[in-house]
Design a protein around this ligand. Structure first.
Ligand code: AVJ
Ligand code: FE
Length: 440
């Protein structure tokens, strides 16, 4: 059922406000020197993200939807992600922290005024209700990016959060894998109001039966691969993956190191023993793929992942989330930086799919076997640089969203992508295998 304009306005206001609270937390917990520093050549200075958030909001909501006069057209080029790679951004004449905060706040004040009055349908952007959702998602995506910067930063602890609850009692009894039946399945969406261009349109896909892990691969399981010499054994790696581990000397997930006989990991400034029960985090596609091969399995394709997450075998229908059509609540999934780590494998029984697959949404982004490609009938919207320029074999698809993603930027249809070498992102995975006909 379509939401009435007042409900849409409330929803947009709520999404924008939630995003700004997170942005503030991420940009006020360190001093100005740290905001302007580059903590890794892979990342922008935090103060660039902050003003870029404001600048995108100015361009799309103030100028496009609101038809208002530009506030700071002079800074557009500085905050255009395509003009300057991240490694160059510290050398740009960036707004200093106080000005960046003031600019983002000024844009937001004017945007809330537009949100109160604007007709939500029939605007220059075709549908202003979409534009508000897109900008809330954009800010939350940068909040995840800024959290990655915080993870890469060295120095005293700046961000804290409570730990997630321990795994539920039934975890040890869960089957290792679940059979997903073959047959047609509706992938993507043509109706989800805030879905982005690459999730559209919905279309039918034929899927062969397959088995998929009930839970994401844990640190404990991954450690068995490490200790079995997985990183030294060419058999498990694709040629490109093998060249990459050799060249960079990879021997364990990013942020892990060995001390005495113990494996430790650093997380937001705290070093602790690697927790066995937590989903493995900070692995690149090559590592995920090699682990799967070592385990006698493979990564799921993107189509398989989405079928596992959305297919309801009782009705044949594809649902919005593994648990149904309800928006994510705290009982369903570990999202929104509520905790600053994934929950133990087996958590969130209320978020399980009808077939019993757990933690598909939240906790860790899950690498899939698939390249990032357009769906049949794809049309860029509202700009080619969101998705279209990234399609092709250079990027692998990740699904499901991590603990760092807000629910506004996370759905059963949501698609993320990155280079197969990337591992500073909050990435993990689960494995799959073909089902033989007699098992179906
Ligand atoms: C969809 C997460 C790959 O961060 O590069 C932010 C999202 N696009 N600003 C990214 C995005 C433009 C994008 N990812
Ligand atoms: Fe951006």
């Amino acid at each position: 059922p379509a939401l009435d304009p007042e409900a849409l306005r409330r929803r947009a206001l709520d999404a924008l406000t939630t995003a700004r609270e997170r942005t503030r937390a991420l940009t006020t917990c360190v001093d100005d020197r740290e905001l302007t520093a580059q903590h890794s050549p892979l990342m922008s200075p935090l103060v660039w993200d902050l003003a870029h958030i404001g600048n995108q909001e100015e361009q799309w909501l103030l100028r496009n939807v609101g038809g208002r006069e530009a506030l700071r057209p002079d800074i557009d080029p500085i905050y255009d992600a395509f003009e300057h790679p991240r490694s160059e951004r510290p050398t740009l004449p960036l707004l200093p922290p106080a000005e960046a905060h003031a600019y983002a706040a000024e844009v937001r004040g004017r945007v809330l005024d537009i949100l109160e009055r604007a007709p939500l349908h029939g605007s220059p952007l075709t549908d202003a209700a979409f534009a508000f959702g897109m900008i809330a998602q954009h800010e939350q995506q940068h909040d995840e990016t800024m959290l990655i910067t915080h993870q890469l930063r060295r120095g005293p602890v700046a961000l804290t959060a409570p730990p997630p609850p321990p795994a539920p009692a039934d975890t040890a009894l869960l089957p290792a894998e679940v059979l997903v039946p073959g047959g047609p399945f509706t992938m993507g969406t043509s109706t989800e109001p805030w879905s982005l261009d690459n999730e559209r349109p919905s279309h039918l896909r034929e899927v062969a039966p397959f088995f998929i892990d009930t839970v994401p691969v844990s640190n404990g399981a991954y450690l068995a691969f490490v200790e079995d010499g997985g990183y030294e054994d060419e058999r498990w790696w694709t040629p490109a993956g093998w060249a990459h581990v050799r060249e960079h000397g990879l021997a364990a997930p990013l942020f892990w190191h060995r001390e005495g006989g113990a494996w430790l990991r650093r997380r937001f400034g705290v070093t602790e023993p690697v927790p066995r029960e937590e989903p493995v985090l900070h692995v690149c596609w090559y590592e995920a793929d090699a682990y799967a091969r070592w385990a006698g399995r493979r990564l799921p394709t993107e189509t398989e992942w989405e079928k596992a997450a959305r297919h309801d075998p009782a009705t044949g229908r594809s649902r919005r989330y593994p648990w149904g059509d309800a928006d994510p609540g705290p009982e369903h999934a570990n999202l929104g930086q509520r905790y600053l780590q994934p929950a133990p494998v087996g958590s969130y029984p209320a978020g399980a799919s009808p077939l019993g697959v757990r933690q598909l949404v939240g906790d860790v982004w899950e690498w899939t076997a698939s390249d990032f490609l357009p769906y049949p009938g794809f049309a860029p919207f509202p700009y080619k640089e969101y998705s279209e320029v990234f399609f092709g074999p250079d990027h692998k698809v990740l699904r499901g969203g991590s603990f760092a993603v807000d629910r506004v930027a996370c759905r059963g249809t949501f698609r993320n992508w990155d280079y197969p070498v990337r591992r500073q992102i909050f990435s993990g995975f689960r494995t799959a295998r073909d089902a033989r006909p007699e098992q179906v």
